[in-house]
Design a protein around this ligand. Structure first.
Ligand code: ASP
Length: 461
């Protein structure tokens, strides 16, 4: 007999069906026991009459039942669930797995449960309807993004995870090499250099749902360790084309998945960095008209960022975005002369939603002289530049098209549109606030044999 999904049961009145799923709840009424059975599509009431076997069954056990789908009498209809007009009168029961009591309630919103505990038992936490919904929606939205970009002639290309450091302003995660002891890979802070190399390769329109790794301190709106971004790069673009593409994509996501939301601006405004810093004292202004309204979305772009910022802790200039960001045309003579560094402007833009930065990008440098000058101003020595970025400068000798891109973060955007208080509510297995991974509890020791192979030794305090 073929399995029937629970959501399909109402269409099978009078027929016998085979259902499989988890016990969501049980209610005893003397000789009759009701068990609400749950699968990925919904919940249905099953009815056991005079059953001995049903006595032991508890919540979250996994069952397979065969029974007849019956219409419920009018006064027994449950309007709260889509299958509420029917119930399944069980003839045979097969217990597929028993379950211990869960360490916390799983049909509540979950906000009342200690978060460490939720993450330790994340696979149970994920049974919670709110989280199940978040992850299913996440999947649908990412699929929509892929389809949208595919229709616009973009190609998704995977780039390496074991790679060389790419500066995005954070600390790198490094991975020791067994084949070349004493050498290390870095996990990518973003696919930045690879996507630029793909432009040299002639792809013209690239994207990737990309995992990025940054060893920076966690915050409520920043996950520790890794996050997912929609990484985009185009050849021959203007800044306006990139921003318009982004605007169209996000408007269509909202229209399709969040019809209840209202956009503050039909056309996303482009505001200059100087203007927003003066007016709002932040480069990510919250432009909602009514900040108490959970369904208002104020998207905007902040443009014309400074090229450099002074990094007090390291006593040097650092790029405000990343070092591959092109200066505005007018800024080139002063840049090359190393003059007025603080007032140079960049072709950089940020994508902002309700006071959060949800993405950033820039038009890139393709002139080796300008690129080298930027590295010099940042304090890199000539030899360093060659060792760290020589490959990019080399690639640019072979016919590099003008290019630029953007990379909106997926997690932070979903947190906002789902009205969730933390990024962890939209990620299946997030790290906790001190950087430990859910369930698997990394980082952890490795055994001596592994260290030996890597020719590493750990000095314990
Ligand atoms: N690589 C940049 C980032 O991760 C985005 C970009 O410039 O496209 O922020």
């Amino acid at each position: 007999m073929q399995r029937t999904l629970i959501s399909q049961a109402p269409q099978k009145i009078g027929q016998e069906v085979l259902l499989k799923g988890w016990v969501n709840a049980r209610r005893d009424h003397g000789k009759i026991t009701f068990i609400d059975l749950r699968d990925r599509t919904g919940i249905a009431q099953t009815v056991f009459v005079n059953s001995e076997k049903v006595k032991d069954i508890r919540r979250e056990w996994v069952l397979e039942v065969v029974g007849a789908v019956k219409k419920r009498p009018e006064d027994m209809i449950n309007p709260d669930i889509p299958t509420g007009k029917v119930e399944i009168e069980v003839k045979t029961l097969n217990i597929l797995a028993v379950a211990e009591d869960t360490p916390f309630e799983i049909d509540s919103l979950g906000m009342e449960v200690n978060e460490e505990l939720r993450l330790k038992y994340r696979y149970l936490d994920l049974r919670r309807p709110r989280l199940t919904r978040n992850l299913r929606m996440r999947h649908k939205i990412i699929k929509f993004i892929r389809d949208f970009l595919d229709k616009n002639d973009f190609v998704e290309i995977e780039t390496p995870i074991l790679t060389k450091a790419t500066p995005e302003g954070a600390r790198d995660f490094i991975v020791p090499s067994r084949l070349r002891p004493g050498n290390f890979y870095a996990l990518p802070q973003s696919p930045q250099q690879y996507k630029q190399l793909l432009m040299v390769a002639g792809f013209e329109k690239y994207y990737q749902i990309a995992r990025c790794f940054r060893d920076e301190d966690p915050r409520a709106d920043r996950a520790y360790g890794e996050f997912t971004q929609l990484d985009i790069e185009l050849s021959f673009p203007t800044r306006e084309e990139i921003l318009l593409l982004t605007e169209e994509l996000y408007k269509s996501i909202i229209k399709k998945f969040f019809p209840e939301k209202k956009l503050t601006f039909d056309k996303f405004p482009h505001l200059s960095y100087d203007e927003v810093m003066k007016k709002y004292k932040t480069d990510k202004p919250d432009l909602r008209k009514d900040k108490n309204n959970p369904n208002e979305l104020a998207f905007c772009f902040v443009v014309d960022f400074p090229l450099f910022e002074w990094k007090e802790s390291e006593n040097r200039w650092d790029s405000m975005h990343h070092p591959f960001t092109a200066p505005k045309e007018g800024a080139v003579p002063n840049l090359l002369a190393g003059k007025d560094i603080e007032s140079l402007k960049a072709l950089q833009y940020d994508f902002v939603l309700n006071g959060y930065e949800i993405g950033g990008g820039s038009i890139r440098i393709t002139d080796p002289e300008i690129q080298t000058k930027i590295f010099e101003i940042m304090g890199h020595k000539k030899r360093d530049i060659e060792a760290k970025f020589g490959h990019l400068l080399e690639a640019f000798k072979y016919g590099v098209p003008p290019h630029g891109g953007i990379a909106p973060g997926i997690d932070r955007f979903l947190m906002i549109v789902f009205n969730e208080p933390s990024l962890r509510e939209v990620i299946a297995f997030p790290t906790n606030s001190s950087g430990r991974t859910a369930v698997m509890d990394a980082p952890s020791d490795v055994d001596n044999q592994q260290l030996k192979e890597l020719k590493l030794s750990v000095t314990k305090k």
